[in-house]
Design a protein around this ligand. Structure first.
Ligand code: SF4
Length: 364
């Protein structure tokens, strides 16, 4: 029952999602226990290394320049600032640092070179390094791999159909192309999505079809509950019910049995009991730190108290895969090509995105 399958259909996934809760929990927990230590949870710290001012129109994102959300933009952090934050994260129990930059895509040049130095610096601290920098070319992915990157995050967000209702400035295939570029290296793939954006259950199943069809499946899949931020097109969406989150986590665990399922954004809205059910249903990673890029997250001490209460242990770094070697910039075997990833501009209009943009202009 827990073999990895790449031919899941939407109907099969919907059947799992809609099982009676006790059956769903039992099935997911059984698979979880076969593939993973149920008392170990991987802890990542997410660091916004460059905040705000993004050119894209993702309807959930407070960092899109076109909406007025009060997020203050910041320039790229320095390598030393990032290393200092990584050390703090390690002291508080994180095994991974995930660096996020509000970019549509990586551009070759001094800023990317600075990010590569950050990757080198954190890998040398014996921590797993993840980046989420937008679209990347194969050459850029190779350079990240050479610097010692452990994982690259690029979420599919939702089903292909619903993606068009949330983002108009790029297509779903662009997401898949970046994941494909990362897959050509030895960097692991982190890709998941967000629930609570107004999608239906079929869209949730559709996203899991897309993720499970990837071969290999992502090593990590974040399941986010939308944090509806004022000023974004999705500001009026209702908070996700905990039962939806538990169903989504359990279904993800069954469809992606070997993947680390990450409880990501939206944890502040969940009780400890709710989070415990998610861990039982197969979630085995969280993000620590009081902020997730720009939205609130539980305090690290609160998380450690919860771990103690539940007898959970933070996962040690490089448990699932050996530590990558870091090659210094001077010894790189990859040339800087000065290229940009190719992407599409579907340019269809999403009414609520247009309304939010118009409101943003008024306020600015
Ligand atoms: S999710 Fe990423 S690409 Fe989309 S607007 Fe936010 S920072 Fe930009």
């Amino acid at each position: 029952m827990s073999e990895v399958r790449h031919n899941w259909t939407k109907e099969e996934i919907l059947e799992i999602y809609n099982r009676p809760m006790m059956d769903l929990l039992y099935d997911a927990a059984t698979i979880h226990r076969k593939q993973h230590d149920p008392n170990v949870v991987q802890v990542s710290t997410l660091l916004s290394i460059k905040t705000g001012g993004c050119s894209e129109d993702c309807g959930y994102c407070p960092q899109a320049a076109r909406y007025h959300t009060g997020v203050e933009g910041n320039d790229l952090m320095t390598v030393n600032q990032v290393k200092a934050q990584a050390l703090r994260a390690r002291e508080s129990g994180s095994s991974r640092v995930c660096m996020g930059a509000a970019w549509r895509n990586v551009k070759d040049g001094p800023e990317f070179d600075q990010v590569l130095e950050m990757v080198r610096g954190i890998n040398k601290l014996d921590m797993e390094v993840c980046c989420t920098l937008g679209m990347v070319t194969e050459n850029q992915a190779q350079r990240l791999a050479e610097a010692g990157l452990y994982a690259y995050n690029h979420n599919l967000d939702s089903s292909e159909e619903y993606y068009k209702e949330v983002i108009s400035t790029r297509g779903y295939q662009d997401r898949l192309d970046t994941i494909d570029n990362v897959r050509k290296t030895n960097v692991t793939v982190c890709s998941g999505g967000i629930i609570g954006m107004g999608e239906n259950v079929e869209d949730r199943a559709g996203m899991l079809v897309a993720l499970s069809t990837l071969n290999p499946q992502p090593e990590s899949t974040p399941i986010n509950a939308l944090v509806a931020v004022e000023g974004t097109p999705l500001e009026d969406e209702k908070p996700v019910e905990i039962w939806d989150m538990i169903r989504m986590v359990a279904t993800t665990r069954i469809v992606l049995p070997e993947t680390q399922v990450r409880l990501s954004a939206g944890r502040t809205q969940m009780s400890r009991e709710g989070q415990s059910m998610c861990f039982f249903a197969g979630a085995n990673s969280i993000f620590a730190g009081d902020k997730l890029l720009t939205t609130p997250n539980p305090d690290v001490n609160e998380d450690m108290k919860m771990f103690k209460l539940l007898g959970l242990n933070p996962q040690k770094p490089f448990t699932k895969k050996v530590q990558p070697q870091t090659v210094e910039a001077a010894d790189s075997q990859f040339e800087t090509l000065g290229e940009k990833p190719k992407w599409s501009r579907p340019e269809h209009k999403i009414e609520r995105n247009e309304v939010a943009k118009a409101k943003g202009k008024l306020v600015k």
